[in-house]
Unconditional design. Structure first.
Length: 79
């Protein structure tokens, strides 16, 4: 798993090449309509390239870490 990996014009938070899985963590700066639209365009672009993108609000990591980790694990094709 790589941290902050460049794909096209985007830098993703975490990238697992073997799973083609991208994990994005969105902080407060991502909670406005402009940032949400940019995030949606990024997700659509990456999914069109064959990646699976999952997103979490930063707050989720602190408040519900076990659930976040479970969702990440559930998105791995090889377990």
């Amino acid at each position: 798993m790589l941290r902050q990996h460049s794909i096209g014009n985007y830098i993703v938070d975490f990238y697992c090449a073997s799973e083609r899985l991208i994990i994005e963590f969105d902080g407060q700066a991502h909670l406005n309509s402009t940032a949400a639209e940019k995030g949606l365009k990024q997700t659509e672009y990456l999914e069109a390239l064959g990646f699976k993108v999952i997103r979490f609000e930063n707050k989720m990591v602190f408040d519900f870490l076990i659930s976040v980790l479970k969702e990440i694990i559930d998105n791995f094709r090889t377990k």
